[in-house]
Write a protein that binds this ligand. Structure first.
Ligand code: AMP
Length: 215
């Protein structure tokens, strides 16, 4: 199964992708995580991406498309794309690469969350430096302050979760990424789910949209 998760920053794509990949045995590919790893490693690609990410702008298509398509080429039965595609050019490049292998995106899930909820969620978000697990203060704090429940790693606030950058990321999402909703709808692949509820409820709706029995 090849899935795309759409939704504004902070809509819970990462959280849902982790749960879905465990439930369905699919690989989880997050363009944001891959880019942050490249920045942390100080690679050429990371150096190119860093300035865009810090401003809340999109990293240029040619950089991100190469990064993701290379991972998809590494095979596996299926994947969940989290944060990619974010532009029409990326969606077309993905379709082109898959169709060259006789494959296709099976479904796109759009996790709907309003702008106010996004700003509120991102300003309280803490992320594990080691495994990227997300937490939210006050709604889903870790058991021990500053420490990841899953791996014990250190929690930090992403620099692009600062209020000014969050607003910029939302604008970028509205202008550059929302056309993808129409793109997948026209292909008959779009399933909207209400993301303004607790993660397990959202997961249940996604599994239902995929025709998979809940947990
Ligand atoms: P995320 O973790 O998905 O919120 O992504 C964090 C940042 O990485 C974004 O604000 C962009 O600067 C960059 N980024 C992630 N995915 C993409 C993508 N598909 N296209 C362009 N930039 C991206």
């Amino acid at each position: 199964m090849k899935l795309v998760l759409l939704g504004p920053p902070g809509s819970g794509k990462g959280t849902q992708a982790v749960m879905l990949s465990q439930k369905l045995g699919l690989s989880h590919l997050s363009s944001g995580d891959l880019l942050r790893q490249a920045v942390a490693a100080g690679s050429q690609l990371g150096k190119k991406a860093q300035a865009y990410m810090e401003k809340g702008a999109l990293v240029p298509d040619e950089v991100v498309i190469g990064l993701i398509l290379e991972k998809i080429d590494q095979g596996g039965a299926g994947f969940i794309l989290d944060g990619f595609p974010r532009t029409l050019a990326q969606a077309r490049a993905l379709d082109g690469a898959l169709s060259a292998k006789g494959q296709k995106v099976d479904q796109a899930i759009n996790i709907e969350v309003g702008s106010e909820a996004v700003v509120c969620r991102l300003s309280g978000r803490w992320t594990c430096r080691a495994c990227q697990a997300p937490y939210n203060i006050p709604s889903s704090p870790p058991h021990q302050q500053g420490k990841c429940d899953r791996c014990g790693g250190e929690l930090y606030q992403r620099p692009d979760d600062q209020p000014q950058t969050v607003r910029q990321r939302l604008e970028v999402y509205l202008s550059q990424t929302t056309p993808l909703i129409d793109y997948y709808q026209r292909q008959g692949k779009l399933s909207p789910v209400n993301g303004e509820r607790e993660p397990q409820g959202v997961l249940k709706d996604i599994l239902q949209a995929l025709g998979v029995k809940a947990l």
